[in-house]
Structure formats: C-alpha cells, structure tokens
Design a protein around this ligand. Structure first.
Ligand SMILES: C[S@@+](CC[C@H](N)C(=O)[O-])C[C@H]1O[C@@H](n2cnc3c(N)ncnc32)[C@H](O)[C@@H]1O
Length: 230
C-alpha cells in the first residue's frame, strides 16, 4: 500500500517513490512544496479533525494534496483549483498515488462562494493563494468558509502576510513589489485586513503560527453560535 509505505517510511520514501514512478506529463512540480510541506504538516497534525472532509482551496500542482492525504488516512481530502492545468496536475499526482481518501479534484473559484461544488467541510486549507490572487478571492474564501465549516471548524491559511506590529522581512517587501508588478491586484495582504474580513463573516483568528522563510499559518475558527437564552 503506497499510503502505508509513505507514512511508515517518511518523506524519504516519498522521494524514492517519486523517482521510481515518474509522474504523468500533466503532473507539475512546485519546488516550494518540498520545502514547506513538512512544516505545514507539523501545524496541521494536531489541529485537523479526527475524521471528516478537508477542502483544499487553490491546490495548485496537487503535491500537497497527495502528501497530506497520505498523512491523514482517516480524513477525506478534496483538492480544488479553478485552473484547468492545475486540475490535470492534481489528477495525475492522485492517480499515481492511489490513495483511497484523496477525492478527485474539483473546479472551485474561491471568489465565487455561491458556486462552490463543496458545501460542507470539516476543515479548509489554503496554501499560497491569498497574495497571488485578487482580494475578491480572499473575500470569497472567507465567505465560503463561513458557510461550509461547522462551529469551531478551522480555516488554515499559509503564506506571507504583513503585520503592523512585526517588521516586514526585506524578502517579503521585495516579493510584494514583484507580485504587484506582475498583477496590480496581487500583493501580500495585511493581517489586520484579514482579521476584519473574517470577523465580518463570523470567523475569528485563533492562532498565528510563525513558519520558516517569513511565512505564517493563520488559523481562523468559525464562531460557535451563542447559547440560546432561557
Ligand atoms: C502559487 S499557486 C499555489 C498552489 C499550491 N497551493 C501550492 O502551494 O503550491 C496559487 C494557486 O492559486 C490558485 N488560484 C488563483 N485564484 C484563485 C481563486 N480565485 N480561487 C481558487 N484558487 C485560485 C491558482 O490557480 C494557483 O493554483
């Protein structure tokens, strides 16, 4: 079983497996995934629900989906992305991995929460989308997450963010500039803007976790409904 083998033998086995089973041509490789998947997994491991469905928004190449589905065999992992080439890449990696809990990729545009093909999720994971998409994608992500998550359910955001009380790393200042040059609607977002956006949707920032290379994981949790009076 690939699933068992990967997670008994660890990431080293994953690399060997990948070398001995070249991916289908559609499968893309994101160099950053090899660097960030284990630190992200360390954050997710104690915070994922014991069972249920995880919705991954902006799954990109699909390597995170394979890695995390392998790490959480008790969870159903649903990768999504609006980009056709990304969906083909996710499907190629998924086919190669053969994990029973990795669901087929679906087209999902975070900016259009009314059209999300997934209406309910026990957790939502979004890696490196918020700064590489218009603000409407983040607004839609928050709105869609507020609808899809159960009370207490987590929305996990990974990427670079700007914080008013923390000096911005020079590398992130340069990265922000390069993003805005590529697309004026892109750019590293301010944590306070995200917090306000979440609060308006009933999502409260519950954790800010520092990650390597000046990234953060932000955990927003869906507010629990106030207890009924009397
Ligand atoms: C830099 S890639 C990150 C992919 C992957 N999560 C990773 O870390 O390798 C950004 C991804 O965001 C996706 N994306 C852009 N706009 C989006 C939107 N409105 N809704 C959902 N995903 C979006 C892109 O298609 C792309 O796959």
């Amino acid at each position: 079983m690939i699933n068992d083998r990967l997670w008994r033998e660890g990431a080293g086995a994953f690399k060997v497996f990948r070398m001995s089973h070249p991916p289908a041509p559609a499968a893309r490789v994101s160099p950053s995934t090899a660097r960030n998947r284990d630190p992200i997994l360390d954050v997710l491991r104690p915070r994922m629900p014991a069972s249920g469905l995880v919705l991954e928004v902006a799954a990109g190449a699909g390597e995170h989906a394979v890695y995390f589905a392998g790490a959480f065999p008790a969870l159903q992992w649903r990768p999504t992305d609006p980009d056709a080439e990304a969906l083909a890449s996710i499907a190629a990696w998924s086919q190669q991995a053969g994990l029973g809990n990795l669901l087929p990729p679906l087209s999902l545009d975070a900016a259009q929460p009314d059209t999300w093909p997934v209406k309910r999720a026990d957790a939502i994971v979004t890696i490196n989308m918020i700064h590489i998409s218009p603000w409407s994608a983040t607004a839609g992500l928050m709105a869609g997450a507020a609808r899809a998550l159960p009370p207490g359910g987590g929305l996990f955001l990974y990427g670079p963010f700007i914080e008013s009380d923390v000096p911005t790393a020079p590398s992130n200042i340069a990265f922000d500039l390069s993003l805005r040059q590529r697309n004026p609607q892109w750019g590293i977002r301010r944590l306070e803007d995200l917090t306000a956006l979440g609060a308006a949707q009933g999502l409260t920032l519950s954790e800010r976790i520092a990650m390597p290379a000046n990234n953060l994981v932000l955990v927003f949790r869906k507010d629990r409904a106030p207890a009924a009076a009397g």
